[in-house]
Design a protein around this ligand. Structure first.
Ligand code: 5AD
Ligand code: SF4
Length: 427
């Protein structure tokens, strides 16, 4: 989401006569686009800001700005705490950056953290910052109103709003025409996408199919789905279109009904399992990934064991796993105590990670000797003789280059695997 937002920022700046550089010493303006989801993410930014102080001493004209969720959460408090900063801009104020820069040029400090009910940056053509030119993100909605108890997002990204469907189709079409072969539709909860027109309402299943119909040679992915409202209609759209990728990211957070209730997730363990069964039934061979939080307030050993058993039952192919990090002003911070000792949080998280490692290895083992259609993304990290690409199930595959180039589809037979990568040969 932040990468996608940075591409919008780059576009706003370009339209105002600025350029991007990859050399920090050459930059006259440095923006840090930030995340507040866990305390660690914010601590990392604080360190980066400290590291910029010597640059600013050398070049007093250097302008430093903080963008995104941390700017929104801390607002002008950041100006007091971080003397290096000239600009604070929340996620809905990127169009205002040229004005904020003018303020900074006049020796003032520019701040805009006003959240909007409408802003979707629909008319802004993002400048693609990932130069491989194969896969791109398209932001289809902003904000979130689910208020999961642990989560800061509704406070820092504002009300949920969907972007004009036609502008999404146009952006995807123009990406395909400039050589892109994969788009990922982004939103905090894509299942509640809704765009009203005089002809009726476009929901997420319809939008996804419309994007898929642009060209069968362009893959479509999406993130993130909420288990409480992933519909059979959406699953049927995925099953019916070869180029809609067979991979669903469905964050479960916990396997315990007590914890899910306190988290305000809006589903039970049983309802989550029912959705997994629907996915298995409607889209055979669909990969499943998830997010898990260990050590949420009052989580007991029994609750933790239920998370492990749900992971095992589902057999996730991949997971993002975190320790609970209390965020100021969230429902959990107000209602509950962050009472799981750090050592126990660590121990539980390690058990979750170790189990996922085993599940990922099993999942990759199941792919042995099977043939997958792989979209080539570019040279592999390890060897210039190899390419790296992805299967529809979103697994990374590396193989010897042969007569192909990034953006091509090749059929690869899997010969070896690790828990993170499949290794194969083009057939
Ligand atoms: N502590 C730990 N993890 C969190 N996430 C969101 N808020 C928190 C928090 N306070 C995780 C959730 C979410 C993912 C994007 O980040 O698992 O799905
Ligand atoms: Fe946060 Fe819940 Fe919204 Fe996801 S759905 S962004 S976890 S509040």
């Amino acid at each position: 989401m932040n990468l996608s937002d940075s591409e919008i920022v780059a576009s706003v700046m370009l339209a105002n006569g600025y350029e991007t550089t990859t050399d920090i010493n050459e930059a006259g303006i440095i923006f840090l686009n930030t995340c507040s989801i866990r305390e660690k993410a914010e601590q990392r930014i604080r360190k980066r800001l400290q590291a910029l102080l010597p640059l600013k001493k050398k070049n007093p004209d250097l302008v430093v700005g903080i963008l995104g969720c941390m700017a929104e959460r801390l607002k002008d408090q950041l100006l007091l705490e971080e003397p290096v900063l000239d600009i604070i801009a929340g996620p809905d104020s990127y169009r205002d950056l040229p004005h904020l820069l003018e303020d900074a040029g006049d020796g003032q400090r520019g701040i805009n953290t006003i959240l909007s009910k409408e802003e979707t940056y629909a008319d802004i053509q993002p400048v693609r910052l990932d130069s491989r030119g194969v896969s791109a993100f398209i932001s289809i909605m902003r904000g979130c109103e689910n208020y999961c108890a642990y989560c800061v997002v509704p406070y820092v990204r504002g009300k949920e709003r969907s972007r004009d469907a036609d502008s999404i189709i146009q952006e995807a079409t123009s990406l395909f025409e400039s050589g892109y072969r994969e788009v990922t539709l982004l939103g905090q909860n894509v299942n509640s996408y809704q765009w009203k027109t005089i002809d009726g309402t476009v929901n997420f299943a319809t939008l996804l199919e419309r994007v898929a119909k642009i060209n069968p040679g362009m893959r479509v992915r999406f993130a993130t789905s909420h288990p409480k409202d992933i519909s059979d209609e959406l699953l049927q759209s995925i099953a019916a279109n070869h180029n809609i990728c067979k991979a669903i990211h469905l964050p479960v957070q916990s396997g315990s009904n007590n914890v899910l209730k306190r988290m305000n997730r809006g589903y039970t363990r049983e309802q989550y399992m029912e959705r997994i069964e629907a996915i298995r039934r409607i889209i055979p061979g669909c990969a499943l990934s998830t997010d898990i939080i260990s050590g949420f307030c009052d989580e007991s050993e029994v609750d933790h064991q239920q998370t492990l058993s749900l992971m095992e039952w589902t057999g996730f192919d991949f997971a993002y796993m975190f320790n609970y990090s209390e965020r100021p002003d969230t429902l959990a911070a107000k209602r509950y105590t962050d009472n799981i000792p750090p050592a126990i949080k660590e121990k539980r998280l390690k058990e979750v990670i170790d189990l996922q490692q085993k599940l990922s290895l099993n999942s990759n083992k199941r792919d042995l000797n099977k043939v997958f259609e792989v979209l080539i993304e570019g040279p592999s990290k390890r060897s210039p003789l190899q390419y790296s690409g992805r299967t529809s199930q979103n697994k990374v595959v590396v193989f010897l280059k042969e007569e192909s180039k990034p953006g091509d589809y090749v059929n690869v037979c899997i010969e070896k695997y690790t828990s993170a990568t499949l290794i194969g040969e083009v057939i």
